[in-house]
Design a protein around this ligand. Sequence first.
Ligand SMILES: [Fe+2]
Length: 421
Amino acid sequence: MNLALRKMLHNVSALTDLAAEISSTHNFDEVARTSLHTLLGALAIPRGALARYTTRPRQLKIMAAKGLAGAVGQRIAIDRDEAERLTTRSLPIFTQAENDGLALFVERNRETLTRMRASISIPMIARGELMGLIFLSEKFTHEAYTDEDLEIIGAISRSIAVAFYNHRLMVMHKRKAIENRRLYAEMRQIYRDTVRAFGAAIDLKDAYTSGHSDRVARYAEAIAREMGLTGLELEHIGVAGYLHDIGKITVDRAIINNPRPLTDKEFGELNKHVTTGFEILSNIRRPWDEIAYMTKCHHEKVDGTGYPQGLRGDEIPIGSKIVTLADSFDAMMTDRPYRSRLSLEQTLADLRKHTNKQFDRNVVAAFCRLLLKEINGGGARQRVFIPMIGMKFDRIAITATLDSMLAELDSSTPHYRSAAS
Ligand SMILES: [Fe+2]
């Protein structure tokens, strides 16, 4: 095999190794170092350095070097015009004979280039952008670079440039993804704050229900989480908790705050709040488009006797069933115009009585499990009910009631009883 052929084979195999290295390693400095060493090895060049071009600040920074102590980390000044000139240049810069617009660049950096023993400098270009510069000393043999050498150098510098380009793209994407996540979280927080503000506005209308929407939202979220719901579904249920009574904004304050039992006409007016609420919230689109319907159904009952549609069982969205229970629990546990708050014992008795009628059995079970955990201090992520209702109850008796409710739910038929039966 003649020398030229052997040399070519050697270079081809060096290029193949380099391509494999570039695509397999994620360590960017490692890519730079390996690329430079491959290039120097392939052409028997004793010294060289590889610099990366950045625009902020505009400079070339040495990332890898061989045979040049202290070169890594050094910065080389370059201005915008020079960078542009390098971008359109297909030939290497010969440090000793530079005269085509880059003379100033060479002159200004003469000291550094001399220290680096740079005989030629090759721009690394990818997709029309300057990625960096490779500095090479004279060859071991002190022979001049041949056209074939320059072709090899050109090919290797293009592969390194592509690796640099891809790395930059990856870093940019990562940064953008982080920024997008931050903006998205901020947006969600603004939505949530707005929703809370709306909830507080609804509660203001009713002298007796200060903080009701906030509590319903917290209860509903806790129950939904206990039922294994996560992500957007969980968030929807929390928001529906805050906004379930938004339709009351249009109901006469005198009806809402009436201490006497309501007349049929007044009930009719009050009950409209679910459809009014639906109309208001229907304007909300993705990702919260399910909230309007969830809110509309918060007075439906699993036995079909609720309003406005008389839905039964699983025709009612799970979020509505959860909000229904959270809403009723809070209503019973707080003073109302027409009665004082019930005790926890009375409230649980009511929930038990209306399970499979007004309330979904699975929601009641989740509620009981959660309350048990909170009372006995085990497993609940964060106490939600106890901070609101306090601990002024017979812990042993309530625990026994909750246990027996759960046992009953376990053994009872999962079908909903109809109102007539
Ligand atoms: Fe309501």
